[in-house]
Write a protein that binds this ligand. Structure first.
Ligand code: GLV
Length: 327
């Protein structure tokens, strides 16, 4: 009998997924959810052909150089900025991510975070819980209109398109977007969205929502100069990645009333959060949970597992990022 391939599951995951993987592999499962240092990760990868990652494990040339048995890294995330894809391709290591299964759930959350931000839901709840509510007032927690306003989406991939449809069809919003490339006319029509330059988007949107993947080119897509272009009544929501926004500049803009409010699910250097963001009231902060429903997280974990099984068992990964390494 041939020996089963060995894999590492680098973070805790649904027990059913570990059981499924165990039917095909010798599994080293980190169900205690220890956060490996880079050296510990390299050590645990010794002799492994595959690794199930979650976005918190960095796979780069340094890791690949000392893990020659590694053939596939399967991310349980649609974003894969934890992978150095060029280095993986150069080393002949397959990378896979988990697209599609989280699109609608993440679009729901992006829209919810934008609405919570516009309507000051977290800030007013903190006020109530602090026992400060002693009367109704005409101007208490007045926010920014959502229905009928202008929604500006930066990054019009699958999730951006989902948010656009929610805004246009559900809330009668005018939708403008900016993207590396303009969408084809049929997709624009389905999303009821109009392509504009980044500066026009920032100047005219009432609600700016960021859904752009992180890369060196998208680092600080929103910093002090961009915040200065936005309306003082506008909101900014980031469900993309930390580093897309300059968090220090954002905290300053929020404190100075340069924009009305922000909603952030992702942070530079998370799980650390810039201390200035923790002290400004007009920001809704959530701990990177945009895809977090039980059904979607299960689907993401199963897709990562299916990529490992598909590739290591029959050389047919489901969602390869660098298919050029396939034989
Ligand atoms: C979550 O952030 C993901 O990329 O799936």
């Amino acid at each position: 009998m041939t020996q089963k391939p060995s894999i590492l599951v680098a973070r805790a995951v649904f027990p059913g997924v570990i059981e499924k993987l165990s039917q095909h592999f010798v599994v080293d499962a980190n169900q205690d959810d220890v956060l490996f240092t880079p050296d510990q990760l390299k050590q645990r990868l010794q002799g492994k052909q595959g690794v199930f990652t979650t976005g918190s494990e960095r796979i780069d040339a340094g890791v690949l150089a000392v893990c020659p048995s590694l053939k596939i890294c399967a991310n349980m995330a649609v974003g894969y900025n934890n992978f150095d894809l060029d280095a993986m391709t150069a080393a002949g290591v397959l990378a896979t991510n988990a697209p599609d299964v989280l699109t609608e759930t993440t679009a729901d959350f992006g829209f919810a975070l934008m609405m919570a931000t516009a309507r000051r839901i977290a800030e007013s709840e903190h006020f109530l819980r602090a026992g400060l509510w002693n009367r109704w007032r005409y101007d208490m927690f007045t926010g920014t209109e959502v229905h009928g306003s202008t929604l500006g989406i930066v990054g019009m991939g699958r999730i951006g398109q989902g948010i656009a449809k929610r805004g246009a069809l559900g809330f009668g919003m005018k939708v403008i977007y900016h993207n590396r490339s303009q969408l084809d006319a049929a997709t624009e029509a389905q999303c009821h969205a109009t392509y504009v330059g980044k500066e026009e988007l920032l100047r005219t949107a009432d609600h700016v929502v960021l859904v752009v993947p992180y890369s060196a080119a998208s680092h600080h897509t929103i910093g002090a100069p961009e915040l200065a272009l936005m309306k003082s009544t506008a909101t900014l929501t980031n469900v993309a990645r930390g580093g897309i926004v300059d968090d220090a500049a954002l905290a300053k803009a929020l404190r100075e009333g340069q924009i009305a409010a922000a909603g952030l699910d992702v942070f530079e250097g998370e799980p650390s959060v810039h201390p200035d963001l923790l002290t400004v009231p007009n920001v809704v902060l959530t701990p990177h949970i945009a895809s977090a429903t039980v059904g979607t997280r299960r689907a993401m974990a199963n897709l990562a597992a299916d990529n490992l099984i598909g590739f290591l068992v029959s050389c047919k990964p489901v969602t390869p990022l660098n298919p050029q390494v396939l034989p």
